[in-house]
Design a protein around this ligand. Sequence first.
Ligand code: SF4
Length: 198
Amino acid sequence: MGELPVMETFYTIQGEGYYAGYPAYFIRLGGCDIGCHWCDVKESWDSEMHPKKTVTEIVSNIPEQVKLAVITGGEPCMYDLTILTQELKKREIQTNLETSGAYEIMGDFDWICLSPKKRKLPLDSSLQKANELKVVIYNQDDFNFAEFFGSKITDSCKRFLQVEWSKRETMMQNIIDYSLANPQWAISVQIHKYLKIR
Ligand code: SF4
């Protein structure tokens, strides 16, 4: 069965976006060529640094009580995730994806969170599949970036603005003001950082 480079797996509370607050098993795959300067998982970038594991190995290590898996990275869509998502579903585990959308999405996902990045823009096909658009706000120009992609998603896609953590002191109030004036945008707060959990 297919192999994937796995940086880490852990069971925690999802801190961001639409599923914030839900217990979730994170599968963080290694490999990303996007290079966001504020990336907080730079150690994920080089896929060679992370051991390849079979899908069977990955899925069999998931605790029995898990109901929701979040496949993240790195950029997980550098890989075909069809087999992984199929095997998760056989275990009746919900399959959520976190992606930049820069690569074709291959897999059977129940929920797709797309967070666009300036260094490698999302594909239109990925934007059309997104259930959730989550835009990281680092500076004022990022509101325009958010609106640009907000015009390319489906009507049912949820919209979130999330402050880049190091800018929370200067940008958070701007995000609150923006959301109040443009209520189609909700705020994603990284609750795991306030709870001091992973
Ligand atoms: Fe980091 Fe994600 Fe940007 Fe890749 S896409 S550099 S993993 S923030």
